[in-house]
Design a protein. Structure first.
Length: 801
């Protein structure tokens, strides 16, 4: 226990006044006129004992009244804990009181019924009052007070803080500046409300306090400053940012800052023994947040919890400025059928409209594209009906895109409390179709693949296996080797150089030398030169009896992305496979898909080589030998398309990103780009450099929502690409942390939570001064005073009355 006004404790000396008065004014027995009468003497002794007992009880009550009043004025305080009675403790207290009163009433009723002499009845009543009251108090101390004290002692952790409301404070004000803090209610955003509370509390801090202002917008370490006016000005300038660091990490940074500063403070007290050194200020961290789940990392809750638990001398306050029942309509989960297309191609845009707290309402959804003038032009609009907890999806079709960069936006036209999730930006790259080389022993064996490529708009060139050595492979984005029977060592080396430079090949094994003149020779494929690039070794040519199929049920790979949306893998997986090559994947290779036989023989294997990749099909991609029925289904078309996109890395090209994620822009094969200029939505421009031999450009400066453009600044090197950055959909979900989540992150007894300046001030006073006992002591004083008043009025009442 700590005392806020310790000098008033000298007033406890006044509690001796009733004792002194008791001895000075105690009743003196009157001398009996007939001392020889023994009966009268016995009655006198009994009366004296009874009066003394009453005097003692009255004196104790008066002492307690004075002591309680003095303690209440001294304002005692205790460390923060749950000082209320538990249901068991409250029940025992009431039970003991009822039992004491019940026993007293029962015995009094029994004695009255016996019609005993008055003097004996009065004597028994006096001792019964003292005995029942004393035993009740003793049992209460044993059964209630002792366990209660043990529980409170267990709840009080850490050393008792130095009690002072003028001790300087060293505090970190940490602000959540994520986009969810832009939610507007009563003409104020959540960040505005945070700033109001912070500034009011800042102006109430004790003199000589120091403040560090930190935000979740970056991972920079804040600095303490004694200039509170400067700290207030910085708080007023705070704005929300699309990019934010997890509040877990920012709180840990604040803890580390406090620990380092405290260490320097203690180290500066060189003349004081180490065990007697004391900190010169209170340590506090204030977290201003709307408790949006997107701002926290629950997976790392244990790490933060342990760090807070390690530093018990730091007080944490969470200022919750969130809205319990938000009302918002947002755009989320925008999907483009393709992010990179050929000239004149089409793109389907699918968007989800999500409603939170808004029921059965209509909103206008607009699609706009950036025109030749650089301004947005509305190209489509429609009314959508949204309902709470129901996700509405809408689709738009963009046709005959000419590019090279097509950028636009989807926007909800409405007044909304959170405008950042009312718009979604998108970019589509329109490029000339990649040039693909198709090599096969005969044109017939390449027909199905070539026809599929022509239908998809790819530019192809056919050559025979004899022409591979004389072909300039670097001119092609990728190549298909279909049933190539044999390559020399130098030809394999030529292919390896092509792949290392960024090219890619697909190898189809649809023939065998054992049964025909121009069949595949496994000796060539298993040669050291070939195995440097091929993903598997050819073991044996086998047949399925009966036929098997492709096992595509649980396959997750870019080759089959398009099948997932249409369940096309069911048709492709139903195609019969009769013949195949048994493969043994080499080191670094991955099995993309298998057959349905018991051995799960590899059907498609791939391997990354240098800057390129190799995909091998263990069965045919043609119908000349009827190895399978893959070419008989329309699903063969997207298989060829996805294979080309995977080989040319178009399937991996992403031009639409979520803010905060890593962005890698792919570079064309054989490029000489060395420098570029990044144009941001806020009209700023940043130069950058490309490392020699790099296959992509990593970008970390995409911290603004909207459209970006990257242009080459390298002489004689044309390069231009655009991309878009959108807000994190999780911020528009309005999912808040509950009490259990906060307890997991910060510890149930290590943080206090407020939602207003008054609530914050009350919590801070409790944290700094402890749990003030003034109301409790004052209540006890009132109860004791009432008891004293009752006893004093009854003291001289005649026993006969």
């Amino acid at each position: 226990m700590s005392i806020i006004n310790p000098i008033i404790l000298y007033g406890l000396g006044f509690a001796s006044i009733p004792v002194i008065l008791h001895f000075l004014l105690r009743s003196k027995p009157k001398k009996m006129l007939f001392p020889a009468l023994r009966l009268i003497q016995q009655r006198r002794r009994q009366n004296v004992r009874r009066l003394r007992l009453r005097h003692i009880w009255l004196m104790l009550l008066r002492v307690l009244v004075i002591a309680a009043i003095v303690l209440a004025m001294a304002r005692p305080s205790f460390p923060a804990a749950n000082y209320s009675f538990s249901p068991l403790e409250l029940g025992l207290t009431i039970g003991l009181f009822v039992a004491g009163v019940g026993i007293y009433v029962a015995l009094m009723w029994w004695w009255r019924k016996q019609r005993m002499p008055r003097h004996e009845f009065n004597n028994r009543r006096t001792y019964l009052r003292a005995g029942s009251g004393g035993i009740t108090v003793l049992l209460w101390l044993l059964l209630v007070a002792w366990p209660y004290g043990s529980r409170i002692a267990a709840e009080i952790s850490g050393p008792t803080p130095e009690v002072s409301n003028v001790l300087p404070v060293t505090a970190v004000f940490l602000f959540d500046t994520s986009l969810s803090m832009d939610y507007r209610l009563e003409s104020k955003t959540r960040l505005d409300r945070s700033k109001d509370i912070a500034i009011k509390h800042l102006n109430r801090l004790p003199p000589s306090s120091r403040i560090a202002v930190a935000t979740s917008a970056n991972s920079d370490s804040p600095l303490f400053q004694s200039d509170l006016a400067g700290a207030e000005a910085r708080i007023e300038r705070l704005e929300s940012k699309p990019v934010h660091v997890s509040l877990n990490d920012r709180i840990r940074s604040a803890l580390l800052l406090q620990e380092d500063d405290r260490g320097r403070t203690l180290a500066s007290q060189e003349s004081v023994p180490e065990d007697l050194r004391q900190d010169q200020s209170l340590r506090e961290i204030y977290i201003f947040t709307d408790l949006a789940a997107s701002a926290w990392n629950m997976a790392a809750a244990k790490t933060l919890f342990d760090e807070i638990d390690r530093l018990p001398w730091i007080s944490l306050y969470v200022i919750d400025v969130g809205v319990e029942s938000p009302q918002d309509i947002s755009l989320a989960d925008v999907k483009l059928s393709r992010q990179s297309i050929s000239l004149g191609g089409n793109v389907t845009i699918d968007v989800a409209i999500r409603s939170t707290g808004v029921r059965n309402t209509k909103r206008k959804l607009e699609l706009s594209m950036i025109g030749e003038s650089g301004k947005l032009v509305k190209v489509a609009e429609r009314d959508v009906v949204v309902d709470e907890e129901v996700i509405t999806r809408e689709q738009f079709e963009l046709q005959d895109l000419a590019g090279p960069i097509e950028q636009g936006e989807l926007r909800l036209v409405s007044t909304d409390p959170l405008p950042s999730n009312d718009v979604q930006y998108f970019s589509v790259m329109v490029q000339p179709p990649p040039k693909v080389l198709v090599a096969a022993p005969t044109r017939t064996e390449s027909d199905y693949v070539a026809y599929a490529m022509a239908a998809l708009g790819y530019e192809t060139k056919f050559i025979t296996d004899d022409d591979i050595s004389g072909e300039k492979l670097d001119e092609y984005a990728c190549a298909f080797f279909i049933n190539i029977p044999y390559l020399t060592g130098s030809e394999w080396d030529q292919v390896r150089d092509y792949i290392n430079g960024g090219g890619s090949i697909a190898v189809a094994l649809g023939s065998v030398k054992l049964t025909e003149v121009s069949g595949i020779d496994p000796i060539s494929y298993n040669s050291p030169q070939a195995q440097r690039i091929l993903p598997a070794e050819l073991i044996a040519y086998l047949s399925f009896q009966p036929s098997e199929t492709l096992d595509l049920k649980n396959v997750v790979h870019p080759l089959f992305d398009k099948y997932q949306d249409t369940n096309g893998w069911v048709l492709l997986g139903a195609s019969k496979i009769r013949k195949f090559w048994k493969l043994q994947p080499t080191e670094g290779a991955a099995v993309v898909a298998s057959f349905t036989n018991d051995e799960k023989s590899p059907a498609i294997v791939e391997k990354a080589v240098g800057r390129g990749r190799v995909v091998m099909f263990s069965t045919a991609l043609d119908r000349s030998r009827r190895w399978n029925d893959l070419t008989t289904t329309w699903q063969f078309l997207p298989l060829v398309d996805q294979t080309i996109r995977h080989l040319t890395r178009n399937s991996e090209s992403r031009f639409n990103h979520v803010v905060g994620n890593e962005i890698f822009l792919p570079l064309p094969t054989g490029h000489t780009l060395s420098s570029y200029l990044l144009k941001k939505p806020d009209l700023s421009q940043l130069p950058g450099e490309v490392k020699p031999g790099a296959g992509s450009i990593p970008l970390k400066a995409a911290d603004v929502l909207g459209h970006y453009e990257v242009d080459s600044t390298t002489p004689n090197e044309e390069f231009r690409v655009g991309f878009s950055v959108n807000s994190n959909p999780a911020e528009g979900a309005h999912k808040r942390l509950d009490t259990d989540d906060l307890n997991l992150l910060l510890g149930e007894k290590r943080h206090r939570r407020a939602s207003s300046i008054d609530g914050l001030e009350k919590l801070v006073n409790t944290g700094r001064l402890g749990q003030e006992a003034f109301p409790i002591v004052l209540m006890i004083a009132v109860l004791v005073f009432c008891g004293e008043h009752f006893v004093a009025n009854r003291f001289y009442t005649a026993d006969e009355g």
